[in-house]
Design a protein around this ligand. Structure first.
Ligand code: UD1
Ligand code: CA
Length: 465
C-alpha cells in the first residue's frame, strides 16, 4: 500500500487573532484548535508517526503542548514564516520519501475524519487535489479558478474584481502525490501582492507541467478557517452543536441544548439527562440514568449510573459512584471519591477525600484529606481542620460513625468504628470504638440575669452622663 503522511501547518503568527497566545493553541471548547486537526487525522487512521505539525511563531509553546499531548506526533520548525509554500518546502526532508502528502492548515478544526479519508483517496486520480467549498461570504479566502480538467487558486489580494466575485474558495487542505510536488515546489516564487511563497501556486505550476489537479467540494460549515476571535466563536458554536447532536443521537436527554457545553473528550451514556446551563469538560464520564442539574460544572468528573446532581455543583477530578446524590451547591474536588449511595448536600466542600458507601455529608461541611467508612453521618456544620499552617493532615472516620453537628475534627485524628462525637466538640484526640467523644465546655447558667435588669442598669448609667 502507498505510504501517506500529513503535514499540519501551524507556524503562522495568527496576527488577526490579536492575542499573545499562538492561534493554534487558542481554546475551542476547552481544547486547543490544533488538537482537533490532529485528532481528525488520527481518527482517519493515520498513525501519529506519519503526522507532523510545522511550528514557528510562538513555536516553543506549540511544541511543548504537542510533545505532552501527542508524544508520537512529529514537530517540525519553520523558523521564518515566508508563506505556506515556504512552509511545505521547509518540511521537505520529512515528507519526501512518502508516496502521498496531505497538507492541512492548522486553523481548520471542524474537518471530519471521513473527509480526510476521501481527500487522501484522491491521490489515486490527481497529482494534486484540494478541498473547496461554496462560501456564503468568500471574504479573504483564495478563489478557485476552474479550467476544463483542472483547478487553480488565486489569492484574494491578487485577484481581479471579477475573480473576487467567485464564491468557490480554497479550504487550505491539499493532497499531493509526493513525486509530482517535488517537481514543482522549487518553482514557487514570492512575486505576488504579499511577497509570500504560496502553496496554492503549486496547482498552476502542475497544470502548466501537464499534471492533473482536481477539487473535492465539501460543506462550508466543515471547512471554515479560524482567523479572528469572531470566527473562533462561530466555529466553537458549530463544534458544540455537533457534539451535542452526537450525544442526543446516543440517547442523552437535554431539554435546552442551546445552553449546554460539552467538551470533545467527555463521554455520556444513554438516558443521562443534562439540564440547562450545564458544562461538562475534560475526560468526564456520565453514566446512564444520571441527572446533571442546572448550573453544574464538571471537569474530569466520573459519574457512575443513576447519579443525581441536584443543581449548582462544581466537580473536578473526582468520582461519584452509582446512586450518589450531590448538591445543590457543593464543590467536590482533588480526587475525591464518593462510594455508591453516598451523599454530599447543601454548601458542602469535599477535597481529596474518600466517602464510604451510604455515608452522608448533608449540610455546611468541609471534609479535606478525610477518609470516611460506610454509613457515616456528618452533622451539619462539621469540618476537618486539616491544615496546621504548614502541612495538610489526615482524618480517619471508621464505619457507622455519627459526627455531631458543628464538630471540629483537628487532624491528624482518628475515630474508630461506631464512635460518635457530641455536637459542638473540638476533637483533638482519637475516639475509640463505640465511644462518644465530647470536647466542649460545659454549659453553666448564671442565675438572675434577666435581660430586663441588664437593660435597666445600662440606661441609668447613660442617664448620668
Ligand atoms: C490560506 C490560503 C487560502 C485559503 C485559506 C483557507 C495560501 C497562500 N492561502 O490563506 O487560499 O483560502 O488558507 O483557510 O495558502 N502558515 C505557516 N507558515 C507560513 C504561513 C502560514 O505555517 O509561513 C500556516 C498558518 O499557521 C496557518 C496556515 O498556514 O495555519 C494558513 O495560513 P494563513 O496565513 O492563515 O493563510 P490564509 O491567509 O488564511
Ligand atoms: Ca487561515
Amino acid at each position: 500500500m502507498d505510504s501517506l503522511c500529513v503535514l499540519i501547518m501551524a507556524a503562522g503568527k495568527g496576527t488577526r487573532m490579536k492575542s499573545a497566545t499562538p492561534k493554534v493553541l487558542q481554546p475551542l471548547l476547552g481544547s486547543p484548535i490544533i488538537d482537533y486537526v490532529i485528532s481528525s487525522a488520527a481518527s482517519a487512521e493515520i498513525p501519529p508517526e506519519n503526522i507532523a505539525v510545522l511550528v514557528g511563531s510562538g513555536g516553543e509553546l506549540v511544541e511543548e503542548h504537542i510533545t505532552r499531548k501527542f508524544p508520537n506526533v512529529k514537530v517540525l520548525w519553520q523558523h521564518e514564516q515566508l508563506g505556506t509554500g515556504h512552509a511545505v518546502k521547509s518540511a521537505r526532508e520529512w515528507w519526501k520519501d512518502y508516496d502521498s502528502l496531505l497538507v492541512l492548515n492548522g486553523d481548520v478544526p471542524l474537518m471530519k475524519p471521513e473527509s480526510l479519508r476521501e481527500l487522501s483517496s484522491c491521490c489515486e486520480k490527481n497529482d494534486c487535489t484540494i478541498i473547496t467549498f461554496e462560501a456564503e461570504n468568500p471574504g479573504s479566502y483564495g478563489r478557485i479558478i476552474r479550467g476544463k480538467n483542472s483547478v487553480s487558486i488565486v489569492e484574494y489580494k491578487d485577484a481581479s474584481p471579477e475573480q473576487r466575485e467567485i464564491h468557490e474558495v480554497n479550504a487550505g487542505c491539499y493532497a499531493f502525490r509526493v513525486k509530482s510536488l517535488l517537481k514543482v515546489i522549487d518553482s514557487i516564487t514570492n512575486k505576488n501582492a504579499q511577497n509570500e511563497y504560496y502553496i496554492t501556486d503549486a496547482l498552476g505550476l502542475m497544470n502548466g507541467a501537464g499534471m492533473t489537479t482536481g477539487a473535492l467540494v465539501l460543506p462550508e460549515d466543515e471547512m471554515q478557517g479560524v482567523n479572528t476571535q469572531a470566527e473562533l466563536a462561530h466555529v466553537s458554536r458549530d463544534m458544540r452543536m455537533r457534539i451535542l447532536s452526537r450525544w442526543m443521537a446516543e440517547g442523552v436527554r437535554m431539554p435546552d441544548p442551546e445552553s449546554v457545553y460539552i467538551g470533545v473528550d467527555a463521554e455520556l451514556s444513554p438516558d443521562a439527562v443534562i439540564m440547562p446551563n450545564v458544562q461538562i469538560w475534560g475526560k468526564s464520564k456520565i453514566g446512564s440514568g444520571c441527572v446533571v442539574g442546572s448550573g453544574s460544572i464538571l471537569t474530569n468528573a466520573t459519574l457512575g449510573d443513576n447519579v443525581h446532581i441536584v443543581a449548582y455543583a462544581v466537580i473536578e477530578n473526582s468520582t461519584l459512584k452509582d446512586n450518589v446524590k450531590a448538591g445543590p451547591f457543593c464543590y467536590i474536588r482533588d480526587n475525591t471519591v464518593l462510594e455508591a449511595g453516598a451523599f454530599a448536600g447543601k454548601f458542602v466542600e469535599l477535597k481529596n477525600s474518600h466517602i464510604g458507601e451510604g455515608s452522608k455529608v448533608p449540610h455546611l461541611s468541609y471534609m479535606g484529606d478525610a477518609t470516611l467508612g460506610h454509613d457515616v453521618n456528618i452533622g451539619a456544620g462539621s469540618i476537618t481542620c486539616n491544615y496546621d499552617g504548614e502541612k495538610k493532615n489526615k482524618t480517619f472516620i471508621g464505619n457507622n460513625c455519627f459526627i455531631g453537628s458543628d464538630t471540629m475534627l483537628v487532624a491528624p485524628v482518628e475515630l474508630a468504628d461506631g464512635s460518635a462525637t457530641a455536637a459542638g466538640s473540638v476533637i483533638t484526640q482519637a475516639v475509640p470504638e463505640n465511644a462518644l467523644g465530647v470536647g466542649r465546655a460545659r454549659q453553666k447558667n448564671i442565675a438572675d440575669w434577666s435581660l430586663h435588669n441588664h437593660h435597666h442598669h445600662k440606661t441609668t448609667t447613660e442617664g448620668e452622663k
